[in-house]
Design a protein around this ligand. Sequence first.
Ligand SMILES: Cc1ncc(COP(=O)(O)O)c(C=O)c1O
Length: 449
Amino acid sequence: MAGLEQTRQLVTEIPGPASLELTKRRAAAVSRGVNVSLPVFVARAFGGIIEDVDGNRLIDLASGIAVTTIGNSSPRVVEAVRAQVAEFTHTCFMVTPYERYIAVAEELNRITPGSGEKRSVLFNSGAEAVENAVKVARSYTRKPAVVAFNHAYHGRTNLAMALTAKSKPYKSGFGPFAPEVYRAPMSYPYRDGLIDKELATDGEKAAARAIDVIESQVGADSLAAVIIEPIAGEGGFIVPAEGFLPALLDWCRKNDVVFIADEVQTGFARTGAMFACEHEGPGGLEPDLICTAKGIADGLPLSAVTGRAQIMDASHVGGLGGTFGGNPIACAAALATITTIESDGLIERAQQLERLITEPLLRLQASDDRIGDVRGRGAMIAIELVRSGTAEPDAELTQKLSTAAHAAGVVVLTCGMFGNIIRLLPPLTISDDLLTEGLDILGRLLADL
Ligand SMILES: Cc1ncc(COP(=O)(O)O)c(C=O)c1O
């Protein structure tokens, strides 16, 4: 696939006739509960390009929701997967184990924040990692409650839905939800600043607001864990005010509460550090447990919980696991992914992309007051769209911009509690030219709307 030409090219309307045919088959065969952002069906993908079944080449600013961070079908991954699939496909690590599972655990223990002794356990999806992190925290603390935050997204299984903030489309009609889940206010500098300027910049003040809610509505005596995304992903790439996460962690440590960082979307070089926690406080933040998935294995289904050995080893023998968790092919892909990030300088590349993306967006913002906020880190940047001259979320404009971008062959995603955020998650292997072209198109389309 290395031969896939890295240029945008539209040869039909979007979606084209072959994609429309497949859309008909999809409607007849696939549950309508599964939504599709852009109904073009993929034939090939590499670098910054997705080629569809009609021969259109689209600029990929989504990476399959922050998964193909090192680029689709990355060469080392392809080679590692081919070799593993020819050796054996599955034995189940809980039945007859294999070395690559241990190697992935060793690598995760090495690259995640925190210098002490660590352990890891592997699963299949982000939601499953989240569920298991909570199991581990409960088992260690012998306490029941969990606190999650406004704007949080943690997945679609029952407990993960309970932890997720947004009702539609994630939770509506799917209750009852897992009990003993409580919600605290997130630090959201742009929107906090509309009420209280200090709250927007003083993370400790924002943490005090959250801790007040936790102490009064839950109580540390009942609280097993606080789970938080270091940058809220689906919530709109909300980077909390400086000092917010360290103050929360500090409170957790003093109160025997496990601090779980959900780095499912932010992990593996996406934010210009291997993990987003590294940006927080002097020397970085060391969570007790860390959930990873998405970018871990270049698209192969794998997730993990990694954390302090004492906490991770609190579960009884047989309490954790699953048939497919740590599948050998996914493990081979993860090892190749980590090698690629480290040997190809992809953390530095994410830092470069941050500048390449934010500079033109900030210029646009200076002349267009419908761009309320430009934020994020590394190759995880969002724009929050509002009604001109206000901070009122403009979901309609967001939808129109996203639809227009898709028609022009640029794959972008929307997100946010109010549906008014365009998020950009390009693969780190996208060329500067392709990225700039995608951003120029977005800017022109916004001006036309
Ligand atoms: C922060 C976060 N946690 C958990 C999940 C759930 O991951 P998965 O879809 O693999 O279950 C997601 C997915 O978007 C996520 O962004």
